[in-house]
Design a protein around this ligand. Sequence first.
Ligand SMILES: [Zn+2]
Length: 559
Amino acid sequence: MRHLCVVIGLFLASAALRGYAESAKENELKDFIASHVEKIKPLDKQANLAWWDAYTTGNANAYDRLSELTLQIRRIYSDPKDFAFLKGMKESKQVKDPLLARQLTVLYNAYLANQIEPELLKQIVELGTQIEKNFSTFRGTIDGKKVTDNEIKDILKDETDSAKRQKAWLASKQVGAAVAADLVRLVKLRNEAARKLGFDNYHTMALATGEQNVKELDKIFADLYQRTNKPFAKVKAELDQVLAKKYGVSPDQLMPWHYHDPFFQETPMVYDLDLDVYYQDKDVKKLAEQFYAGLGLPVDAILAHSDLYEKEGKNPHAFCTHIDREGDVRILCNLKNNENWMETILHELGHGVYDKYLDYGTPYLLRSPAHPLTTEAIAMFFGRLSRHPAWMQQMLGLSDVQRAEIEKVGGKYAQLKQLIFARWDMVMYHFEKGLYANPDQDLTKLWWDLVEKYQLVKRPPHRTNPDWAAKIHFAAAPCYYHNYLLGELLASQWHHTLVSKVLALKSDKGVSYVGQAKAGQFLKEKVFEAGDLYPWNEMIKRSTGEPLTAKYFVDQFVK
Ligand SMILES: [Zn+2]
């Protein structure tokens, strides 16, 4: 189009001028991007390598290097002159080339998130760090005796005496009272920063920098709420029957401490299901390697660079990192041969194949997953298979009798797990929205109103303790929790597309994805190679035919 303009411009001077002005702006942006990438690319790589060293060895120097590099990167993105340039570019509406326009959006959002005034940012970081430190060092007490989180968890898992359970649950909430006032202060500081940048509050701003908005999320959450109301009430009533019997109370006497974790976010293991026995004599690394090879998405190069087993000083959790956006993808695990680590390695390698099979021909700034929720969805999609009866039968060579045994309990457990998590995530999303919209309201009341509405768990009478503040995510990972649920919905939406369109099957009964290279090819072409070329919901629409919806999650787990 622009080339044509030059020719026609000989006859239409004004059009030629417009054409010239456009390409001048675009050229200016191209130069900006080139020099930005030249600065940021080596720093990103060094920071990722420092992170890798720090997390795999615990080395203090590596941690220092990491925070120094993180600061350097942050300095680049907080430059007000550069931000003004990008803002002007955006407002000029003269960047028409889609690839350039997309890079502009991605850069603009990255800069926007870092435009908080230095003095205010310092206060926010310091207060946030202080709260996280209080979280790590706080110990609740039972009858005046300090207890660890693990001791509380054990009591909530196994204890049958209601009074003892209540004490453990109350101990788990004591941290809330210790940090609530600071948390509210932090929320207000974050809001102040967001208002200076033209947003209603920090929640709105955090969503906007991730190309999300409240209206769009409200719609998805409301739909899922409607669709899960009856089924959740039904499985919850069944669960309550089992729990009540175990504790010798009637179902209407059940209180928050009768569930198996402090927030009722996990599934109480009351239906006998021990999947570890199927994995204990196997090698979860080999199983994962074989499975991904069968999809046509080999992971041997990832595994060769990875750090897979426990060692002194190493971080005990699991991660995936793309060091250089050039294909150096690594995972960190602490593998054991059990179901949990089977899930985890499938999950991390899900992130891994997304990064590994990006299109390296796309510009550096767009060479990443479309959104944290889209890579999380791929990871969840694969992680779910570790409990899937057909997948287990094929990968582990189980008999039909064994498979039927897993199916009997496994299906119910999967449904319960997804429903419990979905209803819990609704509490988190709506609470965080309310918290930032009005931090001065009665937050304890808001919290319990939401818990009663979504989780169907009764509030203890006359409760004034700020129980919401016992959740560390409000401090450490603000306005992010909703992405976990959106990831689950998307994993089901891709599952539906793969079953009905790619594999052309009438139902997903028995679909294990083992050896299904067609499925791997679809994900590679429609999801991984799309990178960050499109906003996340547009990519979802392009790959599945419709924007993100709760429909298929409900199809898969509720019906
Ligand atoms: Zn993940």
